[in-house]
Ligand binder design. Structure first.
Ligand code: AMP
Length: 289
């Protein structure tokens, strides 16, 4: 397994692969890897085959964090990440330094961003106004550097995957997007690098996200064809979240899974997403209803 730091070196390598006809599967991450990330690496491998190349990027992208957010304390453990990638059969880790990825940014000499103007407006975009601009920008840059045939994302970040899918289509990136299912802990908590922030009691209360999704699913299932009004379900979710003393609901939304348009009536096959602060840690989850 190779570790590449410089974007220029990464791009030269990717161009060589392209010239020799090797397929490239790419998994962008911010590191502090867990089984969810590893499952994406396996999907990438299946897509490109044994002779293809699997690249994982590990980069905590500063432009997707607001100044008030957890950029400086975001968990990092490169030695462990490297081990997990190696076990998963990854060929190359691309782990650039800030100074190389956004050359000149500190001196005010970086001024190009990619903005998706529709799907990124609500939910995460409403709570974190500059977040998706950072995500689309870094993913576009990573695509230009790694030149993947296939890029694999997690359903855990449903809105992010939708925004990137739109960017790929709108900007004609020559690659295929794959979205892989969310991996969960035994009690249903979606795996996330940020789970490490939770104290033991917060960790228990954090299951309120998946419990909310399951409750809505069963209520909508029992309601039959007509479904249930989103306002009522929002009130119920708020009530359930309020039973966890460390939890504070940021948002819960019901929408159609592709266009992310909010729905007034929630039916089977619809989608929901929520963000909850558990203590100081902001967690997100989503699921099909
Ligand atoms: P992150 O390192 O949090 O930026 O995530 C990198 C990629 O891993 C994104 O495509 C995420 O959606 C995906 N991911 C994060 N958590 C999970 C999970 N529990 N299951 C599957 N994919 C995940």
């Amino acid at each position: 397994m190779k570790i590449v730091r410089s974007p220029g070196a990464m791009q030269r390598l990717a161009m060589e692969w392209r010239r020799s006809g090797r397929r490239v599967g790419f998994v962008p991450t911010m590191g502090f890897l867990h089984e969810g990330h590893v499952s994406l690496m396996h999907v990438a491998r299946r897509r490109v085959g044994p002779n293809g190349i699997v690249v994982v990027s590990i980069y905590v992208n500063p432009t997707q964090f607001a100044p008030t957010e957890d950029l400086s304390r975001y968990p990092r453990d490169f030695a462990r990440d490297r081990e997990l990638c190696s076990e998963a059969g990854v060929d190359v880790i691309f782990a650039p330094l800030d100074g190389d990825m956004y050359a000149g940014r500190e001196q005010g000499l970086y001024s190009t961003y990619v903005v998706e103007e529709q799907l990124g407006q609500g939910m995460e975009g409403a709570s974190r106004p500059t977040h998706f601009r950072g995500v689309t920008t870094v993913v576009a840059k990573l695509f230009n550097v790694v030149l993947p045939d296939v890029a694999v994302f997690g359903a855990k970040d449903w809105q992010q995957a939708a925004v990137i899918r739109r960017m790929v289509k709108d900007l004609n990136f020559p690659l295929r997007m794959v979205v892989a299912p969310t991996r969960r802990e035994k009690d249903g908590l979606a795996m996330s690098s940020r789970n490490t922030y939770l104290g033991p009691d917060e960790r228990k209360q954090a299951t309120v996200l998946i419990r909310s999704i399951r409750q809505v699913r069963s209520r909508v299932g029992a309601a039959g064809k007509g479904g249930l009004p989103a306002v009522d379900l929002k009130r119920e979710v708020a009530g359930l979240v309020a039973t966890a003393p460390a939890a504070r609901l940021d948002y819960v939304e019901f929408f159609d899974p592709e266009a992310l348009r909010p729905v007034e009536q929630v039916r089977k096959g619809g989608h929901m997403a929520l963000a909850v602060f558990v203590g100081k840690t902001r967690l997100i989850d989503n699921g099909r209803i």
